[in-house]
Design a binder for this molecule. Structure first.
Ligand code: COA
Length: 166
């Protein structure tokens, strides 16, 4: 892996991110308004390639949702030609490092904040992603049938995180 540029996703990236989402996830791509709200209020990071004119390598979007009690990884994607060479790991690790700061900002507590886990949904048949998340100590908590537009089930996964700024 050639070290990439880690940057915050901004409104200027919206079209590009929405196109990648649509190509990669089809009918299950995040809706444009959700992508925009994550850019404005979430922890949304991207990797650009130094070598290829700042070409997008991948992105991760973390946010808080009414639906869950924990912050959630809404989307994590590495463009296919860059996969399986460490970029996904680098991006997830970088986001997890920045997470306490982000959670402190939204939780507004002095020292501890109430979130001690991070959650996500992943396709039951997405073996690469399951292996990837398990490597980072995400655990399967439950299975949700018919989660995706084609009727496929999802695994709901959680990982324990530090709930204090160290
Ligand atoms: C899942 C994804 C983000 C992983 O990113 P990546 O850059 O390819 O992953 P890394 O190179 O950092 O790999 C880390 C680990 O993930 C697992 N993994 C990743 N790609 C794999 C593959 N093709 N086959 C088997 N295991 C794989 C391995 O455990 C690997 O560790 P190892 O190299 O020690 O074996 C990427 O494959 C992707 O964007 N997939 C499509 C979108 C998606 O599925 N997103 C997640 C949905 S929630």
């Amino acid at each position: 892996m050639i070290k990439p540029n880690l940057l915050k996703v901004t409104i200027d990236d919206l079209d590009n991110i929405n196109n990648v989402q649509k190509n990669m996830f089809g009918d299950d791509a995040l809706k444009k308004d959700i992508v925009e709200s994550l850019v404005l209020g979430g922890l949304f990071l991207k990797l650009d390639s130094y070598n290829e004119n700042n070409k997008l390598i991948g992105f991760i979007a973390i946010g808080l949702t009414g639906e869950l009690i924990y912050p959630k990884i809404y989307s994590l994607a590495i463009i296919s030609k860059y996969r399986n060479t460490g970029y996904g790991s680098y991006l997830l690790k970088s986001a997890l490092k920045k997470l306490p700061e982000y959670l402190k900002l939204v939780d507004n507590d002095d020292e501890y904040y109430k979130f001690d886990k991070i959650a996500l949904y992943v396709r039951k048949n997405n073996q690469n992603a399951l292996k990837f998340f398990m490597k980072f100590d995400f655990e399967i908590i439950s299975k949700e049938e018919n989660y995706y537009s084609n009727g496929e089930a999802a695994y709901y996964m959680e990982k324990t995180i530090l709930n204090k700024i160290s």
